[in-house]
Design a protein around this ligand. Structure first.
Ligand code: ZN
Length: 176
């Protein structure tokens, strides 16, 4: 059981875990290999590439790959500027994460952006961290709040992220 680290509330810590039966547990990716659609502009590609590099620096290797077969996350563009539905939440971006509760490993998934979401650094980074296995949303305004409000992990989430990274997969959340 992993209680929140010092300085992190139970509610913020909870956002880093996924439900497994009566518990919440850590799942995480061992890589984030993104395949970008051919119709994505060069400017957007460069922006996503920079954010992937930023995220990789947080400790889970991430990069853009040249073929869909080599990717575990496939990026799609959604037409239109208004919010679209992602599993019950409306937003300008969305990441569907596939994971196994046998090993606690994120195997991959799909990341979708509309033009508004794709233009926002905070949104691009937020979705990449979902791909790493942080499936929840922080109740405090930050990178992992809904909507994302900062382009960096800030405040309690900045303390929680490295603590979460240090946990073994399937470690169970504890409120305290
Ligand atoms: Zn989100």
């Amino acid at each position: 059981m992993a209680p929140p680290p010092a300085g992190v509330s139970a509610e913020v810590w909870r956002a880093f875990f996924v439900i497994s039966g009566a518990q919440a547990v850590k799942v995480s990716a061992d890589r984030g290999d993104l395949f970008l659609p051919a119709e994505m502009s060069a400017v957007a590609r460069a922006a996503v590439g920079a954010d992937v590099a930023w995220a990789s620096g947080l400790g889970i290797p991430a990069r853009i790959v040249d073929s869909e077969a080599a990717a575990n996350f496939v990026v799609e563009l959604v037409s239109g500027a208004s919010e679209f539905d992602c599993g019950g939440n409306l937003g300008v971006a969305c990441t569907i994460v596939e994971y196994s509760l046998a090993g606690g490993v994120v195997s991959g998934g799909t990341m979708r952006f509309n033009s508004v979401g794709l233009e926002r650094q905070r949104t691009r980074r937020h979705e990449i961290l979902h791909a790493f296995g942080i499936l929840g949303h922080s109740p405090l305004p930050g990178l992992m709040s809904l909507p994302s409000q900062q382009p960096e992990l800030v405040g309690e989430e900045a303390i929680a992220f490295p603590a979460w990274m240090a946990l073994a997969r399937l470690t169970a959340y504890s409120a305290g």
